[in-house]
Ligand binder design. Structure first.
Ligand code: PMP
Length: 442
């Protein structure tokens, strides 16, 4: 718990108490609560660059970055300018607009997808991709991996990661009450990075499988990269059985690299997913997400085809303007900076935890990384589940007291931005040794 906290939290505490009287748990998404680490969530008043400022006037280096989207840092002046200009022209018309076409073109240019459709959340994107895969193939079964999270889609809330890893039911079947087993009966859940399990599932059910959906690199149980060749194996296995390969890049897209996780494997090895999902970075901090893929598959979507999918705010002009400005500013230099800052923090975290005698594993894919409080490397959900969450809670609060805001759960990546400059990185480095000792004494 935060009993030892020296931070001023009077106003956050007051707001949190009030929030709980009007919103379940006081938060609008479970991972924002501090239930896993104890204490009072900080209510953030403003953010600029790498820094968050809470309602009590405390500043924190932000290692959440809105759970991925803020690739350029907060309140980037050029993104702000584009958004302000867009808002001055009105905020939503329910008609086609210019920025939708431009953002779709930017996504087509950076990834293997040929057609894109926008949604307002990653959840809708994966939900729609699965409906399209089922409509296209005329099959019903969906394969997913334990510990992967694809949004709160009923059929995918089986052995799901993210907040479900922290709060949910880790067994097979629905991860949460409210999802009937009929919704997950058609979902096959396999261990991540297990090619034998994939081969066996396709050997037995191949002609019933509409699609296999995977995080392009797992990022919702902490960062667990695909073994070399794993994604290629998935693509080939799906192709052999007439199933679609759906690569969820909501988290990795335009973050793991300029071309997402696909830029690190598919682009190098010469294969492409049939469908992909995107979100987070491509919305520039606004509610925007997308799914896309092969032109012949996407042609099955309404109104061109018969698979229905829609959204009042889909492709919203302000959100797509923010996403477009963000992607245009996300140059090779940005990714080089994320790599360098990430290396510095990963090395310092490993050194501090080693010096304090805290078992840990630092894992990454491209510019994405996380720190596991485990004895050794993590390859799947079973490995991630063995974390010392009490040690993480102590570590988290010591970092928070020293002005660094980590994700309030051991099952999440640490996110950086282009605005994490020397001062921000140094603040993290200065905080690590005492936090590691706090974890050790837990
Ligand atoms: N897929 C992945 C890989 C994600 O990380 C997330 C969100 N963390 C989602 C889907 C769902 O996106 P949203 O929260 O926008 O619904």
């Amino acid at each position: 718990t935060s009993a030892a906290s020296t931070a001023r939290t009077a106003r956050s505490s007051e707001l949190f108490a009030r929030a709980r009287t009007v919103t379940p748990g006081g938060v609008n998404s479970p991972v924002r609560a501090f239930d896993a680490v104890g204490g009072t969530p900080r209510f953030i008043r403003s953010a600029r660059g790498a820094w968050l400022t809470d309602v009590d006037g405390n500043d924190y280096v932000d290692l959440i970055c809105s759970w991925g989207p803020m690739l350029l840092g907060h309140a980037h002046p050029e993104v702000q300018r584009a958004v302000t200009e867009a808002v001055s022209r009105g905020t939503s018309y329910g008609t086609p607009t210019v920025p939708e076409v431009e953002l779709a073109s930017e996504i087509v240019a950076r990834t293997p997808v040929e057609r894109v459709r926008f949604t307002s959340s990653g959840t809708e994107a994966t939900m729609s991709a699965i409906r399209l895969a089922r409509g296209f193939t005329g099959r019903d079964v969906v394969v997913k991996f334990a510990g992967c999270y694809h949004g709160h889609v009923d059929s995918l809330l089986a052995a799901a990661g993210s907040g479900l890893a922290t709060f949910g039911n880790p067994n097979a079947g629905p991860s949460t009450p409210g999802v009937p087993s009929s919704s997950t009966d058609l979902t096959l859940v396999l261990p991540y990075n297990d090619t034998a399990a994939v081969a066996a599932a396709f050997a037995e059910h191949g002609d019933r499988i509409a699609c296999l959906v995977t995080e392009a690199a797992a990022g919702n149980m902490g960062v667990v990269p695909p073994d070399p060749g794993f994604n290629r194996f998935l693509a080939e296995t799906c192709a052999r059985h007439g199933a679609l390969f759906v690569s969820d890049e909501v988290m990795t897209g335009f973050r793991a690299s300029r071309q997402g996780q696909w830029g690190l494997d598919g682009a190098v090895e010469g294969w492409a997913p049939d469908l992909m999902t995107f979100g987070k970075v491509m919305g520039g901090g606004f509610p925007a997400a997308a799914f896309g893929g092969r032109a012949d598959v996407m042609a099955h979507l309404s109104p061109e085809g018969s698979v229905y999918q829609a959204g009042t705010l889909s492709g919203n002009p302000v959100a797509t303007t923010a996403g477009l400005a963000t992607l245009r500013l996300a140059t090779d230099e940005v990714y080089a900076h994320l790599t360098a800052a990430g290396e510095t923090i990963k090395e310092a975290a490993a050194d501090a935890l080693t010096a304090a005698g805290v078992p840990h594993a630092v894992q990454s894919t491209g510019t994405m990384f996380s720190v596991f409080f485990t004895e050794g490397p993590v390859r799947d959900f079973a490995g991630a589940s063995g974390q010392d969450v009490a040690a993480y809670a102590a570590f988290f609060h010591a970092m928070l007291d020293a002005g660094v805001h980590l994700p309030p759960s051991a099952y999440e990546g640490w996110f950086l931005s282009a605005a994490h400059d020397d001062r921000a990185v140094q603040t993290v480095l200065d905080a690590l040794p005492a936090a590691a000792r706090a974890a050790a004494s837990q």
